[in-house]
Ligand binder design. Structure first.
Ligand code: SUG
Length: 448
């Protein structure tokens, strides 16, 4: 049976702004308080989805969330009508209003961890929504994420959904941003590679000194258990704490994998040799031939990797078996990174082509091409069981761009977040979106 990797991209929400909310994420910190352009952000994301669809890849779309999250503000003690809740939060605790307005759910690589049916004990595709509990503004995403994923992958014969892990730092889980799957064919059993930043219960693992390690070993192990993965189909590796301290807040900022290939920076991991040997051995037992491409620090420094987001790229398989790398334009703007990419594609190796995308609006908050997509490997039968409303087509692209142009502002600054009209605009837009994507009622304002 045919199988595919389907990329579901997060549609940028109407409140996209630069709140400076993510300590440890260099771009989020350095662009704090700049005014944003939500319309441009959404159109840039849609252009990437359309381009991948036009190249023949399977592409889907994941809906944004209701923001401001008035229910979250109510839980923090702000009362009255919705407009009063926003007004009071703006007056008494602006940082909480900013957090409740974040459009951060666009980075759907953090929405969930997904295990394809070929890897799981019950032969279903498993999803665990990420608790994202390292950052308050992201910790409020998972209830809606679960409802949206449930509406997209509703068929229980093929899809199993798990609630987010316990909402404590010891089980900090950032979803697929720290999870990669290696396989020969997408529909065959593979090896799931979980990268963690620290251990919560075992102090033999070193932790970063400056910035938080968002993913714990114990969270990754819990996800592997929930999904029913075989021991032989899982590899754990620790991220180098020094690179976390240089702004590598997720593994997908320093490594990307696809098929049988891992593309990574020399400084990405601890115990790299042992990890590569384990990946090689386990993939060989699954019938695959593991290959790794190491980018030496002499060619690209960690700082250049963080600034350019070279590794936050999408590594895609083409029908002839070669691979294509989708990178943000910041890679082209960085002389050393661009020179490296030129040498990579002309070396006769597996990665033959690089395509550049303008995702500046998202990049300024630390979200590159890979952050914007959640990969779901599906066989033909499973793909047919996905809600067809969320699969990208030329007409859907047309409807979504028209929807963005109708509802989105082209400028948003912090003071605009206090405008109760913004909440109404967002709800009107999202109500229409659930009809376009045929999701049913998934937002708090639709179900409460
Ligand atoms: O969690 N930025 C996101 C970026 C997530 C990128 N995802 C991956 N690497 N997979 C984060 O730090 C910034 C929001 C703000 O500052 O307004 C933010 O949440």
């Amino acid at each position: 049976m045919k199988s595919y990797e389907v990329n579901f991209d997060g549609l940028v929400g109407p409140t996209h702004n630069y709140g400076g909310l993510s300590y440890g994420n260099v771009a989020s910190q350095s662009n704090s308080q700049q005014s944003s352009n939500p319309r441009e952000a959404a159109l840039q994301g849609l252009a990437k989805m359309k381009a991948l669809m036009d190249m023949g890849f399977q592409q889907g779309v994941l809906a944004p969330q209701e923001r401001p999250d008035v229910a979250a503000l109510r839980r923090l003690g702000f009362g009255g009508t919705d407009a009063q809740v926003i007004e009071r939060a703006a007056k008494e605790a602006m940082p909480l209003l900013v957090a409740s307005c974040s459009a951060s759910s666009m980075w759907v690589a953090n929405a969930a961890t997904v295990s394809p049916s070929a890897d799981t004990a019950d032969g279903r595709v498993h999803f665990t929504a990420a608790n994202l509990n390292c950052k308050y503004h992201r910790s409020i995403e998972h209830p809606t994420t679960s409802r949206v994923l449930g509406a997209m992958f509703a068929d229980q014969q093929h899809f199993a959904h798990h609630a987010a892990l316990p909402a404590v730092a010891q089980f900090g889980d950032e979803g697929a941003a720290n999870h990669t799957r290696f396989c020969r064919e997408y529909g065959e059993a593979g090896v799931e590679f979980f990268v963690f930043g620290r251990s919560a219960f075992d102090n033999r693992y070193p932790a970063p000194q400056k910035y938080p390690a968002r993913q714990t070993l114990e969270a990754s192990q819990a996800v592997a258990r929930l999904h029913g993965l075989r021991e032989d189909g899982v590899v754990y590796a620790q991220q180098n704490p020094n690179v976390i301290d240089q702004g590598v807040f997720h593994n997908d900022v320093i490594a990307v994998g696809n098929g049988e290939v891992l593309f990574y920076h020399e400084d990405a991991f601890l115990e790299t040799e042992q990890m590569l040997a384990e990946l090689q051995g386990k993939l060989a037992r699954a019938g695959g031939n593991f290959q790794s491409i190491c980018v030496p620090r002499s060619a690209v420094s960690v700082d250049d990797a963080v600034r350019s987001y070279l590794f936050n790229s999408q590594l895609l398989s083409r029908p002839d078996g070669s691979m294509l790398l989708i990178v943000p334009q910041e890679c082209q703007a960085n002389e050393r990174v661009w020179a490296y990419l030129q040498s990579l594609t002309s070396s006769g190796g597996l990665i033959r082509e690089v395509k550049v995308f303008d995702l500046k609006q998202s990049m300024q908050n630390g979200g590159g091409p890979a952050c914007l997509r959640l990969r779901v490997a599906l066989n033909e039968t499973e793909l047919a069981a996905v809600n067809p409303g969320v699969i990208m087509t030329a007409p859907l692209y047309g409807s979504l761009t028209a929807w963005v142009e109708k509802h989105y502002r082209d400028r948003l600054s912090e003071t605009d977040l206090a405008d109760p009209q913004l909440l109404l605009e967002c709800r009107t837009a999202l109500d229409e979106l659930t009809q376009i994507l045929k999701l049913g009622a998934v937002y708090p304002f639709q179900i409460n």
